[in-house]
Write a protein that binds this ligand. Sequence first.
Ligand code: SAM
Length: 243
Amino acid sequence: MDYLKEFISKLQNLDHSKRVDNVFQDFLKLSTYAIAQQFYRSPEIEQNYLDIIDGYTKEQAEEFSKLLAFLVMALEEKHQDFLGCVYMKLNLGNVATGQFFTPYHVSKMMAEICFVDIEKQLEERDFITLSEPCCGSGAMIIAYAQTLKEQGYNYQNQLFVEAVDIDELCFLMTYLQLSLYGIPARVMLGDTLAWKFSQMFYTPMYFINGFFYKLKKQNKVPKTDTDSIITPTQLSLFKEFMV
Ligand SMILES: C[S@@+](CC[C@H](N)C(=O)[O-])C[C@H]1O[C@@H](n2cnc3c(N)ncnc32)[C@H](O)[C@@H]1O
């Protein structure tokens, strides 16, 4: 099945009264909230989800879950930047912020070029860290994770990623794709140059594989403006999850 073609056609036909970029953004938000909420269990996330889904009929809401199923099946098939392709095909890129994503095969080649000294690094510590300050839809991160896997490493345990983008769609696309590939990551919406952020989510694998403690052991628990983004409710649940 051509998942990309099916996904775009479903997206374009989901609600003719709305612009397709708005429907795409709603899809990304609903899917992000559905995944993150399993770990954050936050009233704010719940409310944000309900506010969006209220704008659609029951049938349309079901179409969103089918879109998520297409995304999952496409990512299961192979490592790729599926949402980045949707984004580029729908012409959603903002020229002002340089939103032209690197084609996946180029990201893969770059990941292979950068793949040096990993064995030595992993002899000295449990995992390696990767920073992507302008992540787009996360293609370079996915390609790096794929390369780690091909070389016999388990990126779900041996990699921690910090990804940032100034654009909300990019922030959401990266969060979703890294979550579904099981990449442990902290994904932030903000300006890398000013080091100011307005939203942040950890992917499920961060929690599942105990990265809070792994980072603490390496003195790498980040101390940034984002710490204040976590609400008290989230923080208590966060700690509970970490025990
Ligand atoms: C050329 S794209 C590259 C995306 C990705 N690294 C790739 O190779 O596919 C540049 C990205 O940087 C983001 N960006 C631009 N200025 C930024 C800033 N000050 N802080 C964070 N992200 C920024 C844009 O939104 C865009 O997604």
